[in-house]
Design a protein. Structure first.
Length: 129
């Protein structure tokens, strides 16, 4: 919060550090005592939301950093908060954005992005069951 994120001018790195911060907060939440869980839920939601806003503003839809953030945020929404509908909507939006922009991508970038698209699609199917 004090050095890595605010002091980083590179959008990919900044979003990735924010994703990692959200992930850490999510893991702490899972093992936190009951009286601390609400704090970690709120903090995690804030971190992932801020990172997602930055990612959608500054990173292309095929960015691996953006897709990793979307995967982890949607998993948090569905599996920790039980906000399955919101998780499905987020994942579907991002997969659709990726698929509509794939014609301009190199084969290597497209294949890397598709790994995350497949993971997101698998999660969407699981959450819709």
């Amino acid at each position: 919060n004090q050095q890595l994120i605010p002091g980083n001018a590179d959008a990919e790195s900044k979003v990735d550090f924010m994703r990692l911060q959200g992930d850490l907060c999510r893991y702490i939440y899972e093992f936190a005592p009951e009286e601390k869980k609400q704090f970690y839920i709120i903090r995690c939601k804030e971190i992932y939301a801020d990172a997602y806003q930055l990612a959608t503003t500054l990173l292309p839809s095929h960015s691996i950093t953006r897709l990793a953030l979307v995967l982890n945020r949607s998993m948090f929404l569905a599996e920790s908060l039980h906000e399955t509908q919101e998780a499905v909507e987020l994942a579907e939006i991002e997969v659709n954005r990726l698929m509509s922009s794939n014609s301009d991508l190199s084969e290597v970038i497209f294949q890397k992005a598709m790994v995350f698209a497949r993971k997101l699609r698998d999660k969407i199917l699981k959450w819709k069951e």
